[in-house]
Design a binder for this molecule. Structure first.
Ligand code: 5GP
Ligand code: ZN
Length: 113
């Protein structure tokens, strides 16, 4: 999609703080981080949300999330991780290109659902 900011970031048209990239995904640091190391997994193809992304690619994204948080936990020494994925404005989605938030947490954050 030509006017989608995450298409431009995922495709490399707009520079970003990239921490991982492969044929399917780019993983970047969030511009407005909820915590230090807050990252976003972006597919390179445009899908608005979880309903649009093909199941196989959604599966790959979750496997990648696990890989990234394992590596980042070693680097950051964090105690836990929130994996967040918003669908729809009512749920807080602001960028309508599927993405997964990876949010490192520490014991003192006292995060509750
Ligand atoms: P959503 O609310 O749609 O689940 O999450 C969108 C996220 O994208 C927000 O956490 C926001 O800070 C982040 N974001 C929005 N625009 C940009 C951008 O241009 N670059 C980066 N790195 N993050 C962005
Ligand atoms: Zn897009």
């Amino acid at each position: 999609m030509s006017d989608c900011i995450f298409c431009k970031i995922a495709g490399g048209e707009i520079p970003s703080a990239t921490i991982y990239e492969d044929n399917d995904f780019r993983v970047i640091l969030d511009l407005g981080p909820a915590s230090k190391g807050h990252a976003l997994i972006l597919p390179k193809e445009h899908y608005a949300n979880l309903y649009e992304i093909p199941d196989e690619l959604a599966g790959k994204a979750i496997v990648l999330a696990k890989k990234i948080i394992t590596a980042m936990t070693e680097v950051l020494g964090c105690d836990g991780y929130n994996i967040v994925q918003n669908n729809g404005e009512a749920a807080g989605q602001t960028v309508f290109h599927f993405h997964i938030h990876l949010i490192p947490r520490n014991n003192e954050d006292h995060v509750g659902v």
